[in-house]
Design a protein around this ligand. Structure first.
Ligand code: SF4
Length: 247
């Protein structure tokens, strides 16, 4: 058995054990258990500071505001998102928000003119998101995501606890997987939390500026992301895009 296969097997066994141990546990209860018991000082949260990110970030801040929060500053974000990140960080008292940029060498070699998104969105997402995140996750055992099943077809069956196909040996925790938009809105209202400023302008799911549009009335949640393209995931959560390069 190769070392890689052995690690995969070990990870699969760990996921199976955690699923059995915490079957039925969701939301804040699952999050607290993972942060305070299973992965103490060995877990990070990943957040886009997007339209509903405040729910997960608020929960994390209530449990342990020193948990590292990884934020992908792709260089293509809305200014509103950057200001919202700063505002939330201060309001929630998060002490370790880490903004991850693409490596300058990657950017210089792959997207000198800054318009790769026009020709190849997968390649652009890969070096602006996947590679920086992969570097930042190194050394941790688990990551928390705010993904929900309703968001995309690929997420329909997403478990609360799963393996990370991109990060060998890493566990992913999705405590809000079964939450609906109504659940999120109710939580935000209950705790009087600030929404991303673009939500009121018709942006339902918010990513990079060139690849995000308003959603027309009656449109689907994800319609504004990579509109017109056969793409609804940036790639940081799956293992499909492989180019072998990158720093
Ligand atoms: S969302 Fe668009 S601009 Fe942002 S990294 Fe992906 S392709 Fe590039």
């Amino acid at each position: 058995m190769t070392i890689q296969v052995a690690i995969h097997q070990e990870q699969a066994d760990q996921v199976a054990t955690l699923k059995e141990k915490y079957a039925g546990m969701v939301g804040e209860e699952l999050l607290r258990t993972m942060i305070e018991e299973e992965f103490l000082d060995d877990i990070v949260a990943v957040s886009s500071f997007g339209s509903e990110s405040v729910v997960l970030l608020h929960m994390v801040s209530q449990i342990d505001p020193t948990v590292p929060v990884l934020f992908l500053n792709t260089g293509k974000l809305f200014g509103e998102t950057l200001r919202y990140r700063d505002r939330l960080q201060a309001k929630l008292g998060l002490t370790d928000v880490r903004s991850l940029a693409p490596h300058p060498k990657d950017e210089n070699e792959r997207d000198k003119d800054g318009d790769l998104w026009l020709q190849d969105t997968d390649a652009c997402c890969h070096f602006r998101k996947t590679l920086p995140l992969r570097r930042a996750l190194s050394g941790f055992s688990a990551q928390i995501t705010g993904r929900k099943r309703f968001q995309t077809d690929a997420r329909t069956d997403m478990p609360m606890i799963e393996e990370d196909p991109q990060q060998l040996g890493m566990i992913k925790i999705n405590p809000l997987a079964n939450w609906s938009l109504d659940d999120l809105a109710a939580y935000i209202e209950k705790h009087n939390l600030p929404r991303h400023p673009l939500v009121k302008d018709g942006y339902l799911s918010i990513g990079c500026m060139p690849c995000t549009q308003r959603v027309k009335a009656g449109g689907d949640y994800r319609d504004g992301r990579w509109a017109g393209l056969d793409k609804d995931e940036c790639g940081i959560h799956d293992g499909e895009y492989v180019d072998g390069g990158g720093i």
